[in-house]
Design a protein around this ligand. Sequence first.
Ligand code: FAD
Ligand code: N01
Length: 544
Amino acid sequence: MTAPTSPANDVLIIGAGFAGLHMLHQLRSRGYKVRVIEAAGDVGGVWYWNRYPGARCDVESLQYSYSFSSELEQQWVWTERYAAQPEILRYIEHVADRFDLRRDISFNTRVLRACFDETQDQWLLDTDTGLHISARFCVMATGALSIPRLPDIPGIDGFKGKVHHTGAWPHEGVDFSGQRVGVIGTGSSGIQAIPAIAAQAAQLVVFQRTANFVIPAHNGPLHDAEQQAWKQDYALHRERARQLGTLYEFSDKAAAQTSASARQAEYERRWQKGGVNFIHAFNDLMVNPQSNETIADFVRAKIRSIVKDPAVAESLCPNDHPLGTKRICVDTGYFETYNRANVRLVDLKKTPIRQVQAAGVLTSEGLHELDALVCATGYDALTGAVLNIDIHGVDGQSLQEKWANGPRTYLGLMTQGFPNMFIITGAGSPSVLVNMVVGIEHHVAWISDALAYLRQRGMTRMQASREAEDRWVEHVNEAANRTLLPQANSWFLGANIPGKPRVFMPYVARIGVYRQECQDVADQGYAGFVLGTGPAATASSHKF
Ligand code: FAD
Ligand code: N01
């Protein structure tokens, strides 16, 4: 890489989803020269890529939105309790227009390599378009769920029909009318796509490896009166969400100390309300396996009551992980779909896939002939997009090597040896465990404040100290191990990617607690970070 003598930009941001756009707006309004690099053709991040039928958020739209502009939050009108992908994308596009963000974004450009130049305190980035660009700071707004993963099933390349991944859906849409369609995967994406595809296709075959806990969304129109009432108290709601992540109804009672009939009544009440709030019915569900079994039993009974064929219902009942240890899925008519005459469930635990052939999917029971295949097979989550870039820090150290046994960060925000590189909602922060827009806004504010702190002091370098990072990694591991979360083979701990180190990546803490931890660090002059200038950066060596 050829090193420009001085950085052309103050900050480079990689990614133009919710995180990158907000980071750009914040830093630009504070007077920094900023450039965003985005692989996609436009803004939106996951909402640009995930155009599969049925795609929508499962955090209520009034909360799954920016809080940084009260005019924006008052003027934007949501039409549904849980907005569908086109509406969320329209919202993000509106934000880009309203704040004139596109002029500082290079689209259709993927960052391939990033190197820290210690002599100049700057990051140098190489891209797939030949753009070579530098800046003092680099912000990874690359997304926790932005590297789609196709299944490594033998023969898949030889399938004669089209293969689509939900996370890279064709912009022109896909017409399944009259077709025999196969869906592999029954996580959140599959569960949203399956009812929509079943309504259009001639036949649908669902290939399920692991049954999932699915809670009804009870989605519907968001009426004016409800929306106006919420908007009147928006500031209050937002402040509460900054403490709780989303305005869930948390319980201070334990299932273990509640009678069976009262438990059942509470589960039923929450089931009727719908949404991921279901898991907060009691405060011991994520720590006490017996308590968790009571809520899991409740959901299994619901599945058996909805699905008419008892054998299909049994296959759809999750039995191999506690409820909530894989991300809870929220549906509209998912289990009901299996009562349709044109839908067939293939339980891969009983009849595994042998290979994909030109004509369809071959399982141990025979060939399922198909015209199209949909892979709702998930992502290389949390670390995938960061490690997809060949990143080199101090002394040329490679991030891939540093994280070979799992991600190591301090507060989830920085990793030792890679100065001036910040990560938004990455491993070691609450990230995917909370309303991600709330987490994004917090990180954007914290990073902006840190840069202002350096600027005021004429400093050009900031990095995590090894000691602080080691303690944080230990703290994150302990927090996860106090819960049932590490018990499932989930993408939270990389179990979906062969060879990925099995480390529980997000930080299990209420966002309010985590925010306070980050604030305390800042208040102590960025304790646990080393701040300075150039190669001679002096350790302010605050303990955290
Ligand atoms: P992203 O939206 O993933 O944006 C990252 C961008 O970086 C992408 O556009 C990508 O192209 C770009 N990029 C990555 N690597 C490079 C590179 N090397 N060079 C250039 N560009 C690069 N979260 C919730 O809290 N609630 C929900 O209801 C919810 N629903 C979801 C539904 C779906 C279908 C999916 C997939 C995720 C959902 N999420 C939800 C999680 C979602 O990831 C976050 O809510 C949020 O959109 C993340 O925004 P982001 O900007 O951090 O990342
Ligand atoms: O991906 P997933 P996703 N053969 O990894 C199966 C967010 N999101 O895209 O469990 C057969 O959860 C795999 O099986 P198993 C949300 O955070 C939110 O659905 O590994 N099957 C699993 O069933 C979510 O958690 C929304 O046994 C294979 C599925 O594919 C995250 O994104 C909507 C297989 C993958 O499930 C990821 O969700 C969409 C193989 N070879 C996404 N490989 C909302 O509603 C994988 N599978 C907000």
